[in-house]
Write a protein that binds this ligand. Structure first.
Ligand code: GLU
Length: 467
């Protein structure tokens, strides 16, 4: 194991968002690439907004994506005594102080500053006070350096510098004794010996404050890599308004985890012009320095393209297992009817998602009750009757089971009667599946079996003949 230690630190206030998943992926990849350690930390100090359902949803999303962690999950809510200890250390060292200014006083000062066109920053009333009232509520503030700059060399964005005069004395402990967000993050990252912090660039503004805390506490400062946001097609930050943003929603829509992972890795990171990466390739090629500086736009079409690629190249037995929940929501049971792996083999070349595959698999198990009328209307009624009769006559005595052999029988029907393949194949496809969106005719017949095929064509013959 190398010294590299990274972490993914989601706040459990909702499901695992694709943006969060990408941050987790970049951390995981760097750890794998360097033989480092990937830690999962649940940032649940906001008790009002954190829920155990969210924790479960996040863990479920991580597991589904295969982003297994080496340590954790650690919960910040388990570390309150630790945070308190460090607040006390800063107080003892004079690097933090108790502030007794009331919320009303602070509001008034803030309003005045805004009216006068000044930055609303804590004015330091309690900073230098030596005698302090014992009986009034207080917060603890960090005594931030007021001069100079705080600067860091971000692995993605380059050098970022903040003038210290713009950063006021951060509250590290509230009046109820609970620690605040930025303080907990620093204590955790320091005590977990995190060497590289990879997170969304919405946290860039927290970084100088966090660095000042590391320095005050005498901890080594980690490296930072702030990943640009993911945007929707209108260039606004990706949100529900643009479509699904939850990792689990993508699973439920029939995406394969390897497709989503492959999609997410390319959202911001590149390796030449390559688009398709196996997990092993990603691990081998990943370098945080190749993450771009600008935001990326989420492109569902490309995700669908990748998903189709992975479906096409997946083991059909695995796909069959993954397809089952999608079939049961369609009231399909596969106990009776053709073998599901065979069915998958007829569909995997063309499906973009498992949902689409499930839609197309239904007819194999549930015989069509209605037919695509518009498609049938393209054929002359008598001609339909003749086609169905000829096909039944040709198939009934034939002891064939292979798709290619069955296709030959259909060719014979065409040549014997002077029909074109479209005149025969389409009506039979409608008879067997209800519509025209179905695999090759030989494949369907081979999969359904001769008996069921003839039963279905017979039924279509009766129904279209009686109309
Ligand atoms: N909990 C923060 C979030 O979910 C992440 C903080 C960090 O990575 O430093 O945005």
């Amino acid at each position: 194991m190398s010294e590299l230690r990274v972490r993914f630190a989601p706040s459990p206030t909702g499901y695992l968002h694709v943006g969060g998943a990408r941050t987790a992926l970049f951390n995981w990849l760097l750890a794998k690439n360097q033989g480092g350690t990937f830690i999962l930390r649940i940032e649940d100090t906001d008790v009002e907004r954190s829920t155990s359902e969210s924790v479960e949803a996040i863990l479920e999303g991580m597991k589904w994506l295969g982003l297994e962690w080496d340590e954790g999950p650690f919960y910040q809510s388990d570390s309150f005594p630790l945070y308190k200890e460090y607040v006390q250390k800063l107080l003892d060292a004079g690097k933090a102080y108790k502030c007794y200014c009331s919320a009303d006083e602070l509001d008034a000062k803030r309003n005045l500053a805004m009216q006068e066109g000044r930055k609303p920053k804590y004015d330091g009333t309690c900073r230098e006070q030596t005698s302090q009232p014992a009986d009034r509520p207080y917060v603890v503030r960090f005594r931030a350096p007021q001069e100079g700059v705080t600067s860091f060399d971000d692995l993605i964005k380059g050098v970022i510098t903040f003038p210290n005069e713009e950063l006021d004395d951060l509250i590290i402990q509230r009046t109820d004794g609970t620690p605040t967000y930025n303080f907990c993050v620093v204590i955790d990252d320091a005590t977990m010996r995190i060497t590289t912090v990879i997170r969304g660039d919405d946290h860039v503004n927290n970084t100088p404050r966090q660095i000042q805390l590391y320095q005050a506490l005498g901890f080594p400062v980690p490296q930072f890599a702030h990943v640009p946001m993911i945007l929707g097609s209108d260039k606004a930050r990706l949100s529900k308004r643009h479509g699904a943003t939850s990792v689990i929603a993508y699973r439920d829509m029939g995406f394969l985890p390897e497709a989503l992972i492959n999609y997410l890795v390319r959202l911001g990171w590149s390796n030449g012009d390559d688009e398709i990466f196996s997990r092993a390739e990603m691990i081998q090629k990943f370098d945080i320095k190749n993450v771009g500086r600008s935001a990326s736009v989420f492109n569902t079409e490309k995700l669908l393209w990748l998903n189709a690629h992975y479906i096409k190249n997946s083991d059909p037995a695995r796909l069959a297992g993954l397809l089952l929940p999608h079939l049961s929501t369609r009231q399909v049971t596969t106990l009776a009817g053709p073998d599901l792996v065979t069915v998958v083999n007829t569909l995997k070349e063309r499906a973009q998602t498992l949902e689409e595959m499930a839609d197309r698999a239904v007819f194999y198990y549930n015989a069509p009750e209605t037919y695509d009328e518009a498609a049938l209307a393209k054929f002359d009624k008598e001609q339909l009757q003749a086609v169905f009769a000829a096909v039944i006559a040709k198939l009934s005595p034939a002891p064939v089971t292979e798709a290619a052999e069955i296709d030959l029988l259909f060719k014979e029907v065409c040549s014997e009667n002077g029909w074109k393949m479209g005149q025969v194949g389409q009506p039979v496809r409608i008879a067997l599946s209800g519509g025209t969106q179905a695999p090759g005719i030989g494949e369907i017949v081979a999969t359904l079996g001769m008996e069921e095929t003839i039963r279905r064509i017979q039924r279509a013959r009766e129904i279209t003949g009686a109309q």
